[in-house]
Design a protein around this ligand. Structure first.
Ligand SMILES: Cc1cc2nc3c(=O)[nH]c(=O)nc-3n(C[C@H](O)[C@H](O)[C@H](O)COP(=O)(O)OP(=O)(O)OC[C@H]3O[C@@H](n4cnc5c(N)ncnc54)[C@H](O)[C@@H]3O)c2cc1C
Length: 468
């Protein structure tokens, strides 16, 4: 009997891959740490919610079409379940409410999505400051809408999405600040006219919603600092200097909530844990797995699709899921699918480049907390002798940077910029170790298929760019 295909992530990429595989009669196991399938874009309200949430923006038809796969025979969906380790290239360990165990797979598909790129600035840990992804998750996944005056600031398409979603949900958005200059974004918009008219139409609809609501949008500005006694009271925005730092042309706005979205980074930890070869992607300022034309990584039978392999948006994620399924089934990829992917992928690359700033943004001052789990300030890290090695992993082991509950997701992506380290030196990045996400020990202990766990210093699968 052929082992199932294991898909990690029930977002648009994972669901579309599962649908194509199930259609061909392949057994599939999909795992997601969320209770509801859908990922970021199709995030669902809990099934038990009964209030009228029609005002919340949701592509219900799109989700219903994708989610049909979960009811197909041969498809098993493990919800509320985290994949926490790659025990071998084709064996994953999972833990969650539906039990814990390991699954041997004929192929593994990493469809784990992206996360917010944090940008520390003075005051960013104050209550009232929230990331765009976190805020959208609360709106779309819990029906929670921020109260009071909301400022949205950031860099990239998510700024528009966030502002328009909040307005539609009834929030009082008072200002929107995009870091890129408007003139840099125009050429990419023109290319969108023929490459991705649907996406351009949606962006224009978001902008129109802001205009209708009378929300001013300024370009070429970033958050310099925020202040407040116990919670956020005001936001200071500034023009951006050539070095990516806020300059002296500043304006202070009174606000209750600041939503920041300074970009997304592919969640590449699972790919690193599986030992996939990684490369630095300049337009994302982050690492992505190397992939073949059908999205197989350097590890045979391990595929990486969707935002976890490069930020492409929902349409690219869906197409990548289908292409990977064709490859797993040993079928050629239909030419129209390849053409659609090429067209959208070129557009997303040009969009990523259009939003890319001359220098990475950096508003941190010596007193700014960089690692919020371990309360480490920038000055402590800058003055640590290990920084002289230029090795972020060495600095981590000496200072506990990135060793807290978030496992570095909130500090490590921004650390090279803040500490003046080469962004593309992947060999000196901290290793990824199981568990991929914090999980209760009881769930690991409940592992039905437990075998001896290797010592922490003996990762079973060698990772790319490991440093001793
Ligand atoms: C924070 C955020 C908010 C966004 N909001 C919007 C929006 O409002 N509108 C819009 O147009 N686009 C939005 N985008 C972009 C859009 O959502 C994505 O392009 C699209 O969802 C990508 O699909 P995906 O399947 O690749 O990843 P995702 O949709 O992110 O799905 C990945 C799934 O993998 C699961 N997962 C990850 N790691 C594990 C693990 N170890 N174990 C188990 N499960 C795991 C996650 O729970 C998630 O459900 C957002 C992106 C992000 C990162």
């Amino acid at each position: 009997m052929t082992a199932p295909v294991v898909i990690i992530g029930a977002g648009p990429a994972g669901l579309s891959c599962a649908a194509a595989l199930a259609e061909a009669g392949r057994e599939v196991v999909i795992l997601d740490e969320n209770r509801q399938a859908g990922g970021q874009y199709f995030r669902q309200l809990p099934a038990a919610f009964s209030a009228d949430y029609r005002r919340l923006p949701h592509d219900r038809k799109g989700y219903a079409a994708l989610a049909q796969v979960l009811a197909r025979p041969g498809v098993r969906f493990l919800r509320d379940t985290t994949v926490w380790s790659a025990v071998a290239p084709h064996c994953i360990a999972y833990a969650g409410r539906e039990g814990s165990g390991r699954i041997d797979a004929s192929a593994v598909v990493l469809a784990t999505g992206a996360q917010d790129l944090p940008m520390p600035f003075p005051g960013w840990t104050l209550p009232g400051v929230i990331s765009a992804g976190g805020c959208l998750n609360l709106v779309k996944g819990q029906g929670l809408v921020p109260q009071g005056r909301v400022v949205v600031a950031g860099n990239g398409p998510l700024v528009l999405v966030t502002a328009a979603t909040l307005i539609a949900a009834g929030a009082q958005v008072v200002a929107v600040h995009e870091a890129q200059r408007a003139a840099r974004l125009l050429p990419a918009s023109m290319r969108g006219l023929w490459a991705a008219p649907g996406i351009l139409r949606q962006a224009l609809a978001y902008r129109a919603a802001m205009l209708r609501a009378g929300v001013p949008m300024r370009f070429g500005h970033m958050v310099a600092e925020v202040s407040g006694r116990e919670a956020l009271e005001s936001v200071t925005v500034a023009r951006i200097g050539p070095d990516g730092r806020p300059d002296d042309r500043r304006q202070t706005l009174e606000a209750d909530i600041l939503v920041t979205g300074y970009g997304l980074v592919p969640g590449s930890e699972p790919a690193r844990l599986f030992g996939c070869r990684m490369r630095f992607e300049p337009s994302l300022n982050g690492a992505v797995p190397e992939r073949s034309g059908t999205f197989e990584t350097s590890v045979a039978g391990v595929y990486a699709i969707g935002d976890g392999a490069g930020i492409g948006g929902v349409k690219v994620a869906i197409i990548e899921g289908r292409i990977a399924a064709h490859a797993i089934l040993g079928q050629g990829v239909p030419a129209p699918l390849r053409r659609d992917h090429g067209r959208l992928d070129r557009f997303r690359r040009s969009l990523n480049l259009a939003y890319r700033l001359a220098s990475p943004l950096n508003a941190a001052t010596p007193d700014t907390i960089v690692c919020r789990c371990e309360a480490l300030k920038l000055a402590e890290l800058q003055s640590h002798p290990r920084l002289q090695t230029g090795n972020l992993n060495a600095l981590k082991t000496a200072t506990r940077l990135g060793m807290g509950r978030c496992q570095g997701r909130n500090c490590l992506p921004a650390a090279p910029t803040l500490l003046g380290l080469a962004p593309d030196d992947l060999a000196t990045r901290p290793r990824v170790r199981p568990p991929l996400r914090p999980i209760p020990l009881g769930q690991i202990a409940a592992d039905r298929d437990a075998r001896p766990v290797p010592e922490p210093d003996e990762p079973q699968i060698p990772q790319t760019g490991e440093t001793p």
